[in-house]
Design a protein around this ligand. Structure first.
Ligand code: DGJ
Length: 726
């Protein structure tokens, strides 16, 4: 071991500890990340650090390998190094020497162990030989979330090509199972589990957007970890372009979670004095997946930019009218929506240029004279006069070849190799990395936002980026496109304070903390089928708090799956997110409208819990049922949904636990049927008086540890339970 003066940092918050060794004139090494280990004096710190140093094995390098946040090949790390790149074949294996080390802006001297809570660590390092400088930043939040990023500067004449920057967080070998997400259109965030084995499980996102199949969070945990049990370490790359999540286990038993941007060949070529900054890579530790999710939700809720007003119940016009924009029809739809309690009316695709279908018009952001001869004024005024906000759909990065913009500026279309990319949804991608193009789109959107009272943009992005080069050279442009997207959102928000933006991408293809740092809602999926949504919403909350998760009550027969579901199942599934309605309310009967209104009213009554509380999800061996809920932060109230996903093998699953309540308090549990319909209840438990009423009072510890009998209900139905502290 090197005998450099000791410098240790012990950060502890919300039950999580991060212990970082800074003392070997080398990059920071995380010596513990996980459960709180208490404050450490110099002796205890030294012991903790030494306890983790493995013996040198036969046929390995002769010193214990120090594995920093950017693992270095030069020190003997045989896995994927943190920094990959070269100067035309030289300077490819950097050896970093640290310079200044700052904690919350204050320089730290060697020879001490610093204990603190949340904080920001900055480490400067250089490799003189390679003529590279590095700035590594690590933040530890009051909620126990860690995030890190790095920037690399080329100090010498000539080009340094950066190929890879992978930030790594160590996890113990006992975390031997991994969980990440797969997905596709209308089927986002499908969980996949596997054992962690030697080598890398590497999830690459090469879609030029976050992707419908994004790993989202790659977690590893102790065997069998679940919502409530086990220890879990997760990684998330906060980036909306090409990116990586991986877990790599080396022969020595070292196991690293890694995240970063995935760079295309030659995409980052730094001239002298130029730098590259990586996205933030998040580390999320939890005692079970619920604890990890809760920590992330609290972290996001603490942001100054987090939406704090009640999330307005939204009507989205897409599945109601698609491209069939008829002014009077949409005025009627708005009236009906307001009558049912909707608070925000969003006009989706089809209002601009020649956009009468998906083959033309994209890129021409002026109101269509065919569909909207008098502009959108009548509709916007009507919506506002009904007390609703108005929202409008854009797809700023895209263009149809059949559009004024593509005809005028074919050179703005992303392409390489002197040919146009294969079309997807009949569209191409605009290169927002070209300043004039970026400004053109900014000005076009800005003009619409200036003309109309628009509170909200639904920002869509409906294709993967293929051959996304910058004309005329064709050099890869995904990195600069991603930055340009961020800059465009930021500039529009700067010009229009209070404007809210939804991040949508063929459904849930842009769900990441880079997008969420500047938007206010994500669209989970184009699939509103409540049965599919039960699982998609459940897993999306691993990253996204419910109030940011767009979730809509759609028509009885799903436009995506063709399955038909009751109103109560559709509404109950949707109400656990940021509730919206996406169906043609003009076709609804008076009775149906009234029932929809009763669900909206209930959501409004409960949204202070649903949108501020802690999400709980039940682990249950019976795959035909699910239970999830939200418990208010003070434990006074909770809302649960007991869901029958399919007809079970057994007629009744026995007692079902209600997790998350204050163990020391007593609660009254009662079912809620806001629209009066309970026909799908087949058998009532003894604690109900009749088919739809009844209550029972029990302790929080008993409810979480033992549970209560549930009603027998039809498959693809759910019962809402309210828990109130007595
Ligand atoms: C995909 C989105 O996910 C839908 O909700 C809708 O906005 C369409 N695009 C419009 O083209």
């Amino acid at each position: 071991m090197s005998e450099m003066p000791e410098l240790g940092l012990v950060m502890r918050a919300a039950g999580v500890a991060l212990v970082v060794d800074l003392g070997a004139n080398a990059l920071p090494e995380i010596v513990h990340w996980g459960a709180d280990c208490g404050p450490l004096d110099q002796r205890a710190y030294r012991a903790l650090r030494l306890a983790g140093v493995a013996p040198v094995g036969a046929s390995e390098v002769d010193e214990p390998v120090r594995i920093s946040i950017l693992p270095e090949h030069t020190l003997g790390w045989m896995g994927r190094p943190g920094v990959g790149g070269s100067r035309g074949g030289t300077a490819w294996s950097p050896r970093w020497r640290t310079g200044r080390i700052l904690l919350d802006g204050r320089e730290l001297d060697a020879g001490q162990v610093v204990n603190c809570g949340a904080g920001r660590l900055e480490v400067e390092a250089e490799d003189e030989q390679a003529a590279l400088r590095l700035l590594l930043t690590l933040e530890f939040s009051p909620e126990g979330i860690l995030r890190t990023r790095a920037s690399v500067v080329n100090l010498a004449a000539g080009t340094y090509q950066l190929d890879d920057l992978l930030l790594c967080l160590p996890t113990p070998a006992i975390a031997s199972e991994s969980l990440d997400f797969a997905g596709r259109w209308a089927g986002e965030r499908a969980p996949q589990r596997r054992p962690v084995t030697i080598g890398a499980h590497r999830r690459e996102g090469r879609h030029g957007r976050t992707g419908l199949d994004a790993a989202t969070i790659l977690s590893v945990g102790t065997p069998g970890f679940g919502f409530a049990d086990g220890e879990v370490w997760g990684i998330h790359t906060a980036w909306s372009g090409n990116h990586v999540h991986q877990v790599e286990r080396g022969l020595s038993g070292v196991q690293l979670l890694g995240g970063g941007e995935l760079l295309l060949p030659g995409e980052v070529r730094l001239g002298q004095g130029e730098s590259y900054e990586s996205p933030w890579v998040y580390g999320i530790y939890g005692r079970g997946l619920d604890d990890a999710a809760r920590r992330m939700h609290r972290h996001l809720r603490a942001r100054a930019t987090h939406p704090r007003t009640p999330r307005p119940v939204t009507l989205n016009s897409w599945e109601a009218v698609y491209f069939d924009h008829d002014e009077q029809g949409l005025l009627d739809l708005a009236s009906r929506a307001a009558g049912a309690g909707v608070e925000r009316f969003v006009l989706d695709d089809g209002w601009f240029g020649g956009r009468r279908g998906d083959r033309a018009g994209l890129g021409d952001w002026t109101v269509s004279q065919d569909a909207w001869a008098g502009g959108l004024h009548r509709l916007v005024d009507h919506v506002n006069s009904l007390g609703m906000e108005f929202g409008l759909w854009f797809e700023p990065e895209m263009v149809n070849m059949d559009s004024g913009l593509a005809r005028e500026h074919p050179e703005w279309i992303m392409a390489t190799g002197g040919r146009l990319p294969v079309e997807s949804r009949h569209q191409q991608v605009l290169n927002l990395g070209i300043e004039e193009c970026w400004e053109h789109i900014l000005n076009a959107m800005d003009a619409i936002l200036n003309e109309y009272n628009i509170a909200y943009i639904k920002w869509d992005h409906n294709r993967d980026l293929v051959d996304a080069g910058a004309q005329p050279s064709g050099a890869p442009g995904v990195h600069s496109q991603t930055l340009a997207y961020y800059r465009l959102v930021d500039e529009l928000k700067r010009r229009h304070p209070g404007l809210e933006i939804e991040s949508c991408s063929s459904g849930g293809g842009r769900v990441d903390l880079g997008a969420l740092a500047r938007t206010d809602r994500i669209w989970v999926s184009d699939n509103n089928d409540p049965l599919d949504r039960q699982m998609m919403n459940r897993w999306t909350t691993q990253l996204v708090p419910p109030e940011l998760m767009g979730s809509h009550l759609a028509s009885a027969t799903s436009h995506v799956t063709g399955r038909t579901h009751s109103l109560s199942f559709r509404a109950q599934t949707a109400m656990f997110g940021h509730l919206g309605v996406e169906l043609d309310l003009r076709l609804a009967s008076g009775e149906e409208l009234e029932k929809i209104g009763s669900w909206i009213a209930l959501h409004k009554r409960l949204r202070c819990v649903l949108h501020h509380g802690d999400v709980v999800r039940l682990d249950h061996p019976d795959g035909s049922l699910a239970l999830h809920g939200v418990v208010s932060a003070d434990g006074a109230q909770a809302v649960y949904s007991y869901v029958s996903l399919a007809r079970g093998v057994v007629s009744n699953p026995g007692r079902v636990r209600l997790p998350g309540l204050d163990p020391a308090a007593s609660y009254r549990i009662e079912p809620l049927f806001p629209d009066g319909g309970s026909g799908y209840v087949q058998g009532i438990p003894a604690w109900w008086d009749s088919r739809s009423t009844g209550s029972i009072e029990l302790g929080g510890a008993f409810l979480a540890g033992v549970g209560i009998a549930m009603p027998v209900i039809h498959p693809e139905q759910a019962v809402l339970l309210l828990a109130t502290r007595i």
